[in-house]
Structure formats: structure tokens, C-alpha cells
Design a protein around this ligand. Structure first.
Ligand code: DQA
Length: 142
């Protein structure tokens, strides 16, 4: 079985992107951390990062057979309606993760159109947030 890790726009350059806000871990580091966490259940990680919303939608359609998903939508949290609709039809539990504490930042980041559909949301814990999301799937997915 596989876990889907979905990262939205501007997250492919993690490590170099405003490190004072997003930390120095790369997406490859994060993928490894998640793989480590889910190995206890024999799961593997399917990792997809896209800067375009449509590609993220496609990645969801292609991965309905995963056991669950971890999604950092980046700025698509604000108005990613087609991503939201794709996640509404995703048949498994999924968690929304934001590296930064979006509540402590500009007000345009205070609302997520996706979060009401998520099983849970983790914000502000940096790369650790992804690890904890993986742990949550390990603990709760049946
Ligand atoms: C982010 C927060 C978003 O507001 C921002 O647009 C991002 C990254 C985070 O992980 O903290 O691209 O999702």
C-alpha cells in the first residue's frame, strides 16, 4: 500500500525558499522522513509536487488507491477550488499540513478552503508537521 504526499506551488524549492519561514529541510528530506514513519505499516510514499493546480488535481485522480494522503497545498489553500473539489472525492483520510504558522502571518493566509474537508490540520511545526501527519495516518488508518 502507498501513502500520497502532495505538495503544491513553490514547495519544490524547499530548503532554499525563505528558510527563516519554511526551514532548511528539502522536499527530499521530508519524503524520507515520511517514508521512515510509514514503514512500520509496510507502506511506501508516492510523492508529487506541482506548481500548477491542474496537475495536483490529476495526481489525486490517479491515486484513489492510496491508503491516505498528506497535502500541503501552499497558497492554493486560499482559493484552490478545483483542488478542493478533487479532495472532496478522494476516498481516504487526508491531512493538511503547513510548515509555517499561517495564523501568525498575513491575514490572507488565515483561511483554507480545503481544511474543512481534512481529517486534521497541522500548522507551524515545520518539517516535523509532515512527520506527525504520517504518524497520524499510521495510527488511524484502518
Ligand atoms: C504554506 C503556507 C502558505 O500560506 C504559503 O502560500 C505556502 C506555504 C506553509 O507550508 O507554511 O506556500 O503552505
Amino acid at each position: 500500500s502507498n501513502v500520497l504526499l502532495l505538495n503544491g506551488p513553490n514547495l519544490g524549492i524547499l530548503g532554499q525558499r525563505e528558510p527563516e519561514i519554511y526551514g532548511t529541510d528539502t522536499l527530499a528530506d521530508i519524503e524520507r522522513a515520511i517514508a521512515e514513519e510509514v514503514a512500520s505499516r509496510g507502506w511506501r510514499v508516492i510523492a508529487r509536487q506541482h506548481d500548477c493546480e491542474g496537475a495536483l488535481v490529476g495526481a489525486i485522480h490517479s491515486n484513489y488507491d492510496t491508503v491516505g494522503a498528506i497535502v500541503n497545498p501552499g497558497a492554493l489553500m486560499i482559493a484552490g477550488w478545483s483542488l478542493r473539489d478533487a479532495l472532496a472525492n478522494y476516498p481516504r483520510p487526508w491531512l493538511e499540513v503547513h510548515l509555517s504558522n499561517v495564523w501568525a502571518r498575513e491575514s490572507f493566509r488565515h483561511e483554507s478552503v480545503l481544511a474543512p474537508l481534512a481529517s486534521g490540520v497541522i500548522v507551524g511545526l515545520g518539517a516535523l508537521g509532515y512527520r506527525l501527519a504520517a504518524r497520524a495516518l499510521v495510527a488511524t488508518v484502518t
